[in-house]
Design a protein around this ligand. Structure first.
Ligand code: GLY
Length: 423
């Protein structure tokens, strides 16, 4: 084990709470500083993480040697490059490699160059050309804005009319001359395969599944994620092998061939279709809410995993996972992902010791926990069977309340038709 003393976790959501929680199990709470964190994360400090100078000063003052970056923006903005020649090591890709997430077009071109299985696409640099193309389509398609858009740059369209409306929305927000792509819509079950890479190897965490839409049955608007679970019950060797062969190994070879400076997390958003797995997107960070189930399910040391990534020795690690299943239900503010009130008091009663709570949109008001965001708290359960984990999670929601609390009633109950049929 390394002689690392202190680690800073950057970010303010449930994902960052889960990262800080796991690291604190190993190094002690006083060694893990979350910037800016939130009122539910111990040892949170109100530092603006877009100000890399302020992050650096904080790290120097608190004898912090490593930084674990939660959200993508700091990576896209070059936090790894900023700390490149310092004694502070940052887990993540440099800004050029972070384009795998921050530019949908460069990312698709990377997939094509390296033979990663993905939907075919056409790129556009102005709305007018895209409109003409979309009018000629008679199959479903997806429009993706090129840059980071906080989850609001992707439109799944079943008709040209829907596509034209999406382009109108993009034009109003960003103007006529914007870069975007239009790709075939792949029908199937979506899973998240997330791992650590040191640029030479990839070590995968458990396969997981997010629930992106607001309403039961995967209906309603997209959100940041309303719940997750791991591992995926219908996982099998054939699927794992196909994903390795068609997506993960070509990606790793691409990272090596292009000599990318990448020591961090790589997230494969994959659609399992009748024709096998297709890569929808890369992310360069842990998923949220996937992290809230993946980190409790990781039996191995996260500190050692981080160290092996930073020292490019991931091949020396054999990851171990807890038995059974983990389920996360997101408790959200009524109105989310639209507008919602904040500052509402949160009441938390005693919970069984194996229920974990990871806070996201929370603050302190008159010394009492209060809502402060759309996704407020993640409730995470562990069960030996998948059904048991789901039942346990739902049985404990009664111990948390705040006015207008909303949650999906069907986390983990999705049919997963394509996964189920995969053989
Ligand atoms: N759970 C989806 C994401 O983190 O992007």
């Amino acid at each position: 084990m390394s002689n690392i003393k202190n680690i800073a976790v950057l970010g303010n959501g449930g994902r960052e709470h889960a990262i800080a929680w796991k690291l604190a199990q190993e190094l002690g709470q006083d060694a893990i500083f979350t910037l800016p964190g939130n009122a539910g994360i111990p040892n949170s400090h109100a530092i603006d993480i877009s100000d890399f100078g302020a992050v650096r000063s904080f790290c120097l003052t608190h004898d912090i040697q490593w930084i674990f970056v939660g959200p993508e923006q700091a990576l896209a903005d070059g936090i790894v490059d900023y700390f490149q020649d310092s004694n502070i090591q940052v887990l993540g890709p440099d800004a050029a490699s972070a384009k795998l997430e921050s530019s949908k077009i460069l990312s698709k071109e990377f997939m094509l160059r390296h033979g990663v299985t993905t939907a075919s696409f056409i790129k556009f640099n102005c709305i007018k050309d895209g409109q003409a193309f979309i009018q000629s389509l008679n199959e479903s398609f997806v429009i993706k804005l090129d840059g980071l858009a906080g989850g609001k740059g992707v439109f799944v369209c079943d008709t040209p009319k829907e596509g034209l409306e999406a382009l109108d929305e993009l034009q109003k927000k960003y103007g006529e001359n914007i870069s975007f792509l239009v790709e075939d819509k792949i029908i199937g079950d979506e899973i998240s395969i997330i791992g650590f890479t040191d640029g030479l190897h990839i070590q995968l965490l458990q396969p997981s599944q997010d629930h992106k839409q607001l309403l039961d049955g995967d209906n309603g608007p997209n959100t940041g994620g309303m719940g997750a679970y791991c591992p995926v019950p219908f996982w099998n060797n054939k699927l794992a092998d196909d994903i390795q062969e068609q997506i993960i190994q070509p990606t790793l070879q691409g990272i090596q061939k292009e000599a990318m400076n990448y020591r961090g997390i790589i997230y494969f958003g994959i659609m399992i279709s009748d024709a096998g797995p297709f890569l929808l997107e890369y992310n360069v960070r842990l998923g949220d809410p996937e992290a809230e189930v993946l980190l409790p399910s990781l039996k191995s040391s996260l500190v050692e995993l981080m160290e092996a990534t930073l020292t490019k020795q991931l091949d020396s690690i054999q990851l171990e996972f807890e038995e059974g299943y983990f389920v996360d239900i997101v408790l959200a503010s009524g109105g989310y992902p639209g507008s919602y009130p904040v500052g509402l008091p949160i009441d938390i009663k005693a919970m069984p010791s194996d229920i974990l709570l990871f806070s996201a949109g929370v603050t302190k008001k008159n010394n009492h926990l209060a809502t402060n965001g759309g996704r407020v708290i993640n409730l995470v359960s562990h069960g030996q069977s998948f059904d048991q984990a789901i039942r346990k999670a739902y049985a404990n929601i009664k111990n948390i309340s705040f006015p207008q609390m909303y949650f999906r009633k069907d986390i983990g109950l999705r049919k997963n038709q394509f996964l189920k049929n995969y053989s």
